[in-house]
Design a protein around this ligand. Structure first.
Ligand code: SF4
Length: 443
């Protein structure tokens, strides 16, 4: 898949995200000459020069630069390369390689290691932390709802496209409602640059952390100021490349799957490849729903039944007892549905306590860094095949993953510790001011 040029993306943006373009224009009027990329969803066609520069460093050229330095005699410039692969990217390689997801992961790992990457992980464990912290935060917000109007509804925080839009366009109407749990990508950043570096006795700036992700928006997330550690002089994630960019690199090098060595993924902790519940985006709604039902009402939820409202990307789930609705959650994907949600929120007509918000229609498997065809449209056939590949992975609940509990103790000094709150949570900006998580935060 060819790398998409800025001009082409802008053209697509006008074709497919005309509502977001209108919103970007509104922001531009406020600050002439300074394009605010975060006003737009799922597209980076409106970046300022400075922003374009930052994003351009998230490129194959930067990876090649680091690989080339590692071949020079001057060892002081060498870096240990670590790649983290999002579970939503693995189905893309499974379909492209014509292999089951486990073997595709091993072939991808073989390819990355042949380039000079020393360690290849998948980010499912990091997503587990993100889910567990989101569950705890929801319960805490629910219990505070009667004396704090900013607690509910809680919006999920895993999608950087949604976060950018909320911060730049919606502002304080929405930002206090966004869960402060870091996204799986940024938890993985901390796991690698903090925990793994300590394990390996490495300085963080000597490690180059590459993430392979389904969308371009993850690049924008990686360059956020909050995710730069000034003490370590290091970003949690140094470079994000999309699944399509990595596949394009394989094509450029004329590497065939048959030629590739099969190399097992590395593990931060001993866990087999698995997935979380849901349609391919880690299932934040499902996990929080089950946890809240048990924690708040003592109810075990065995089956989650979605009710489709406007379309497949606007669905709700209700927990009832004796005909009374105890919880009402919604999964709202895609910009048009998000617009409906915001419109209702402004009118005070959002009945939900939690909304899982994702900017891509269909969720993360449809990310434009892997599901977009040469013509700039989402390849529905490819997405369907990716969904089938994804669901073939076994499901594991993060709370039943002993490795995560060990890491809470060994790495974070326990749940709710200052270390865990600092590394697993973040804050959001309104009018360019960062509002960190409240200091009294106790989940
Ligand atoms: S929904 Fe789309 S933009 Fe958001 S994280 Fe997933 S792939 Fe990226």
């Amino acid at each position: 898949m060819a790398e998409v040029s800025l001009a082409k993306r802008k053209e697509k943006c006008e074709n497919y995200h005309n509502i977001s373009i209108a919103l970007v224009s509104l922001v531009q009027v406020r600050e002439p000459g300074q394009l605010l990329f975060s006003a737009c969803l799922s597209c980076d066609g409106c970046l300022s020069e400075e922003e374009t520069l930052m994003i351009s460093q998230q490129s194959l050229e930067d990876l090649h630069r680091v690989l080339a330095l590692n071949k020079k005699c001057d060892a002081s410039k060498h870096k240990v390369l670590v790649a983290s692969v999002c579970p939503q990217s693995l189905p893309f390689f499974a379909v492209k390689f014509g292999l089951d997801i486990g073997e595709a992961a091993r072939k991808l790992c073989g390819f990355l290691k042949s380039l000079g990457v020393a360690h290849v992980f998948d980010t499912t464990v990091a997503a587990g932390f993100s889910i567990l912290e989101s569950q705890r935060e929801f319960v805490s917000r629910y219990r505070r709802r009667s004396h704090d109007s900013n607690t509910l509804p809680m919006f999920t925080s895993s999608c950087p496209g949604w976060i950018r839009y909320a911060e730049r366009v919606l502002g304080s109407l929405v930002t206090p409602h966004i869960c402060t749990a870091r996204s799986p990508q940024q938890v993985m950043g901390c796991l690698i640059k903090d925990y793994f570096c300590k394990q390996q006795k490495l300085n963080a700036e000597k490690l180059y952390h590459l993430v392979i992700a389904p969308c371009f928006d993850k690049k924008l997330e990686a360059v956020r100021e909050e995710f730069y550690n000034s003490l370590l002089e290091s970003r949690d994630v140094d470079c994000v490349l999309t699944s399509g960019q990595i596949y394009g690199l394989m094509e450029q090098r004329q590497v065939t799957v048959e030629e590739l060595d099969s190399s097992p993924l590395d593990h931060i902790c001993e866990v087999d490849l698995h997935r979380h519940e849901g349609r391919g985006s880690e299932g934040f709604l499902e996990h929080i729903f089950r946890h809240a039902a048990k924690e708040l009402f003592g109810l075990d939820v065995h089956q989650i039944t979605y009710k489709t409202l406007r379309n497949r990307d606007f669905q709700e789930v209700t927990l009832e007892r004796d005909g009374e609705a105890l919880l009402q959650f919604a999964a709202i994907y895609g910009f048009r549905n998000i617009q409906t949600l915001v419109h209702r929120m402004k009118k005070g007509r959002v009945p939900y306590q939690l909304v899982e918000v994702l900017s891509c229609p269909g969720g993360c498997l449809s990310g434009r860094g892997q599901a977009e065809s040469e013509e700039g449209r989402i390849d529905k056939g490819l997405v369907q095949q990716m969904e089938e590949a994804y669901t073939s992975l076994p499901v594991q609940l993060p709370e039943l993953n002993p490795a995560i509990h060990t890491l809470y103790q060994d790495w974070l000094q326990g749940h709710d510790s200052p270390h865990s709150n600092a590394l697993l949570h973040t804050g959001y900006r309104t009018n360019n001011l960062l509002h960190p998580q409240p200091p009294h935060m106790q989940w």
